[in-house]
Design a protein around this ligand. Structure first.
Ligand code: C2E
Ligand code: MG
Ligand code: MG
Length: 485
């Protein structure tokens, strides 16, 4: 009996011991798991979600380490910043998941040209960074940059379509271009912006003067905000002609009349205005100003004139933009069918079914809709056909390649095909950038409807355009066979 009760108590003790060990084991497992999760969390917070590459935090960390190690040894450290050119356009074309796919392919190719020990990082939005920790001379960083540019030679693929990409690369080197991670990154970035300003698909090395360039960017943004209030923005008007030489109308083109910089072309400040959304008030101002102007001109002549106004992607994406157009029409008294809104191909292509409803509403009241720079994007013609478009503006690149004496005839074929196709869809074709008599003759032969270009007239300030209008009206009056002698 005695032995039995002691065995029972042993057993209970043994069971308690098992439970205690079990609890400890569970606790240890839980602790391990938590530790494991913590490691994973740290790794994830230092990793770019799309490419799986280190992100900016990890990159800065590695850059700090490389700088420390270099101070002991006698090496240089290279920092390169890459920004894909027009990456927004890739997303427009293939959507965000397609864009992510392209980023992964880019990451793979870049990794392929780097050496072990180099760090490739991704900041998202089409921007990558490279750390080359052991360089003997700064020229070696340029060599790496060239190899990275080369990696973009062949097209990428997304959604089954080939995409030709390029990148802008900015390079700087420790210690001569900066002594800590943040200075080096900022300097490589400003060199990259210089590469972009020079047209992209190239590399630029940081020089101290580049500091001024990034200042200029900030200053430019500040000035642009003031420009609107100070009345420094001005509309120019470039005449458009029918094939018989009569005036068809004008395209309104914005200019910035800066007191010190002089006349700043739109290509210099529209992208910036789009970045900081200033394009919304600027675009609205441009529309109202040019509608008022054209309404005034229309009151001076019986010639029907058309006003073409450019619309930026951001305006388009802003819900009530058709209401803004209607307001400009009502306020100015310009008839809706005298206004043509110019949209770019990529802008229209990326809109969903719902988003193009403003286009339909405007078309219903008679407003004309043109696709600007046609032929440079990747329009699906089937899609275009479903949009209420009235006009195709053939891009300048096709027109400049139109040389009657050239044996190269592909451009002629393309233009002919586009014109035929446009006409079969009952669209008007306007050729932009007509600079030579030869091009004009060829376009006439190919059946183009309207011409715009330096050969026929440059963009003019309002008073100069009014003088042109008066002389054209007088000429039309003199040539009118119905005029009584
Ligand atoms: P775009 O709408 O395609 O305008 C045609 C551009 O080609 C104009 O440049 C015009 O001056 C230029 N051009 C006209 N004929 C010729 C020619 O024979 N040869 C050459 N080489 N060029 C010619 P600009 O005025 O510098 O405008 C550039 C772009 O800026 C415009 O391209 C348009 O996309 C944008 N833009 C201009 N004004 C506005 C605006 O009010 N709002 C918006 N959102 N964008 C605007
Ligand atoms: Mg245009
Ligand atoms: Mg154009």
């Amino acid at each position: 009996m005695g032995t039995e009760s002691s065995r029972a108590s042993d057993l209970r003790g043994f069971l308690r011991e098992i439970r205690r060990v079990e609890t400890q084991l569970r606790l240890r497992q839980a602790r391990d798991r938590i530790e494991d999760l913590e490691h994973k969390l740290v790794a994830l917070s230092q990793q770019d979600a799309v490419t799986g590459l280190p992100n900016q935090v990890r990159f800065a960390d590695r850059l700090d380490q490389a700088i420390l190690q270099t101070q002991r040894a006698d090496h240089l450290v290279g920092v390169l910043v890459l920004d894909l050119d027009r990456f927004k356009r890739v997303n427009e074309l293939v959507g965000h998941s397609g864009g992510d796919e392209v980023l992964r392919q880019v990451a793979q190719r870049l990794e392929g040209v780097l050496r072990q020990g180099d760090t490739l990082a991704c900041m998202g939005g089409g921007r990558f960074m490279v750390l080359v920790p052991k360089l003997n001379k700064d020229l070696d960083a340029t060599k790496v940059g060239k190899n990275l540019l080369e990696a973009f030679r062949s097209p990428f693929k997304a959604l089954g379509r080939g995409l030709q990409l390029s990148t802008s690369v900015g390079i700087c080197v420790f210690p001569q271009d900066g002594l800590d991670a943040s200075a080096l990154l900022a300097h490589a970035e400003s060199a990259m912006y210089r590469a972009k300003e020079r047209g992209g698909n190239r590399l630029e090395c940081f020089t101290t003067t580049l500091n001024q360039v990034s200042l200029e960017r900030q200053e430019m943004e500040h000035c642009l905000r003031e420009a609107m209030q100070n009345g420094e923005l001005q509309m120019y008007y470039q005449p458009q002609f029918h094939m018989d030489g009569s005036l068809a109308g004008a395209e309104a083109l914005i200019r910035w009349n800066h007191p010190l910089l002089g006349l700043v072309p739109p290509t210099k400040f529209i992208p910036l205005a789009e970045e900081n959304r200033l394009i919304l008030p600027i675009g609205e101002w441009a529309l109202r100003e040019s509608c008022n102007q054209m309404a005034h001109w229309q009151s001076l002549t019986s010639m029907p004139l058309l006003l073409a106004v450019n619309v930026s992607a951001l305006q388009f994406a802003n819900g009530d933009w058709d209401a803004c157009v209607v307001r400009a029409l009502v306020e100015s008294g310009l008839k809706p069918d005298r206004l043509e809104l110019e949209l770019t191909e990529s802008l229209v292509m990326r809109q969903g079914h719902e988003d193009v409803r403003p286009l339909h509403r405007l078309r219903e009241i008679g407003t004309r809709i043109a696709i600007d720079d046609f032929g440079t994007g990747y329009s699906s013609l089937g899609y275009l056909q479903r949009l209420p478009i009235t006009t195709l503006k053939l891009d300048q690149t096709f027109i400049s390649a139109l040389q009657p004496e050239e044996s190269e005839i592909s451009s002629e074929h393309i233009v002919r095909a586009i014109i035929q196709l446009a006409h079969s869809l009952k669209l008007t074709v306007v050729a932009e950038g007509v600079e030579t008599e030869g091009q004009r003759d060829m376009l006439e032969l190919l059946g183009c409807d309207c011409l715009q270009g330096f050969l026929l007239g440059r963009p003019l300030p309002a008073d100069a355009f009014e003088a042109l209008l008066e002389s054209m009206a007088a000429k039309a009056f003199l040539e009118d066979p119905r005029r009584e002698r």
